[in-house]
Write a protein that binds this ligand. Sequence first.
Ligand SMILES: Cc1ncc(COP(=O)(O)O)c(C=O)c1O
Length: 498
Amino acid sequence: MALSKTTSQIDETLYSTFASRYARTSFPKFKMSENSIPKEAAYQIITDELMLDGNPRLNLASFVTTWMEPECDKLIMASINKNYVDMDEYPVTTELQNRCVNMIAHLFNAPFGDEETAVGVGTVGSSEAIMLAGLAFKRKWQNKMKAAGKPYDKPNIVTGANVQVCWEKFARYFEVELKEVKLRDGYYVMDPEKAVEMVDENTICVAAILGSTLNGEFEDVKRLNDLLTEKNNKMGWDIPIHVDAASGGFVAPFLYPELEWDFRLPLVKSINVSGHKYGLVYAGIGWVIWRSKEDLPDELIFHINYLGADQPTFTLNFSKGSSQVIAQYYQLIRLGREGYKSIMENCQGNAMVLKGGLEKTGRFNIVSKDKGVPLVAFSLKDSSRHSEFEVSDLLRRYGWIVPAYTMPPDAQHITVLRVVIREDFSRTLAERLVGDIEKVLHELDNQPARVCTKLANSEEAVGIDHAVVMKNAIEVQREITTAWKKLVADRKKTNGVC
Ligand SMILES: Cc1ncc(COP(=O)(O)O)c(C=O)c1O
């Protein structure tokens, strides 16, 4: 993004390590150079810089897929030059997209007959999917209010304070008030009772999350559906529900098929899911599915024909790659229900191994639930001497990327570490991670003592009280923790957990 800071403002030139072989002169980092360089040089220079990125497989911060089968990698490379939007030129790719939409709609129990096709679209990710779903709700609500001769300039949406930043973006970009149900100690998802209390005539929808970003917990969509039905009946409203199943949409149908969270519930009108999370495709694919044609206002669909034939489109952008759509289709047919189920069971099993190992240390409270997205979120039982941020920081030294973040209001005093278990995270790695966390704790436990001893040795000579030195060392630790917490709180929801 053009607004990003560059890491180094001072050193504005790039040098090649292999200068004599590739490039003899340096070239500017932030301006386009006048001359071309050999392809080998460009490749080498970029590869060298990228060596300093973290290892994606050890990036436990992200839900996004970091491993696919080599056969699928081949398919991705083979379609890398196809623009998805050229539907008339690439009719097979379009057909594969439509098959994916239908398969996912069936998975979510959309009530359409054998003769009908599902209503949905492939997107760049859940964020775009959520913008589209939100726009459909907003437009439907506006149409209804206009028809009733009522004001339609103050739409709102009700969510938990735990929503991912894309909901805040939707609210701000499309001028919808975001009404957030606050969290509380020990309860880190949207309380359906409170959500229903907050709705009013201007509520375009209530958004529930199937798999909270913060602790993987499933929100109780069924209870929300029941309570909202009651309120709708009482007030004469028809407020609908959207389910943000970014991470849980490919988990729940396989691990908890009995759980009612999808189109089986009458008020659920649209659902988004990230194909690039537990849909098991590399970054760049999401899906939004509507319950029926009536739930997607026709005026939001554009019909273009200058590329060959009539193409209905409802997306925020136009051109994009086809590879991810093809990769999603590969996973759906390659794995089938059986394959997805066994991968999700394996992830869940590994999450339990990690959880057990962490509990055994006796140092952590587990804040994720066993029934949810396969992840383990945990916080220190005693954070008076070390913070979760320090644990996260030290784990980097062992190669692990484990984020630490504070919970949203009113649970912002709780800090958690979160490990997302993906398909490529094995049991051996889970055990290894527990071992490394133990080492980090040991190191941290000894840190204040080491500081104290050093200080004590040097200060003894000048007669300083040891108790005071000890207190200072602990105070320093506390200050560091407070500074970390402030830094993260300031960054709010853009703190890199996705
Ligand atoms: C619950 C939830 N919704 C939406 C998103 C945004 O998803 P995407 O990265 O696919 O745009 C995330 C990302 O982690 C998420 O966890």
